[in-house]
Write a new protein. Structure first.
Length: 236
């Protein structure tokens, strides 16, 4: 049983894409130890599919996300989460605009990769997400393995198919192929660096450990909001 006074209200910047956000919210509920409705975390979610494409250079995604974060704080949020890897490029702006800490899913993914004992992590993600993971992995003395340019373009095509609602056998086969390519290229652990990837790729589909930052983010949000782990601090 949870004392409401001891819990934090979570603000979720979502809609990137909507299916991944709903999966994240379902995991939040599943991971919360609760005997009754009142034991669950209060969640304020802005599921905004109108956020400009984070993969388009020069898009206004950062400003939109900052506005969303400020509104979530105004509605009562005390800590933020964003189940979109690529959008973490705007993490500092989001935190400065809202004054709230953001639980960092890129850090969680990189930490899981390191804890696997691997020295080289293969990341299935957008170009923007790859840049973030390269930085975070390097800080842990790890190397990043990515798809070659042509295959990265093919990955993006598969990604947009998933965003359009295609989670069928063909796209699952294609995503498994990308994972196998990274392992053959030397990846000792894989990171699902886009929240759509786990919608079609399961851990048993790959030959090495698969870190799912979205799942790790849900678990961390539960722990932070229930007071089991300290709230992150943003130093702007």
């Amino acid at each position: 049983m949870t004392d409401e006074a001891d819990t934090l209200t979570l603000g979720v910047l979502g809609g990137m894409g909507p299916a991944a956000t709903l999966e994240f919210l379902a995991r939040l509920q599943a991971y919360t130890p609760a005997d009754r409705d009142q034991d669950h975390i209060r969640v304020l979610a802005d599921i905004n599919p109108r956020v400009p494409d984070r993969n388009t250079p020069g898009s206004d995604a950062g400003a939109v996300l900052a506005e969303m974060a400020g509104a979530l704080r105004g509605a009562g949020a005390e800590v933020l989460a964003m189940p979109c890897n690529t959008a973490h490029a705007h993490a500092d702006l989001i935190q400065r605009a809202s004054g709230l800490p953001l639980i960092d899913m890129i850090d969680l993914g990189a930490q899981a990769a390191q804890e696997s004992g691997a020295l080289r992590a293969g990341v299935l993600g957008t170009k923007g997400a790859l840049r973030l993971y390269r930085e975070y992995l390097a800080a842990r003395g790890m190397g990043l393995v990515s798809l070659p340019p042509g295959r990265q373009e093919a990955f993006m095509e598969a990604l947009y198919r998933i965003k359009a609602g295609d989670d069928g056998a063909d796209v699952k086969r294609i995503m498994k192929g990308f994972a196998d390519e990274l392992v053959k290229a030397g990846a000792e652990v894989l990171v699902a660096g886009c929240t759509e990837v786990p919608l079609v790729l399961d851990p048993e589909d790959v030959k090495v450990d698969l870190a799912d930052p979205g799942d790790l983010l849900a678990r961390r949000c539960v722990a932070v909001c229930l007071g089991y782990e300290p709230t992150p601090v943003f130093v702007g």
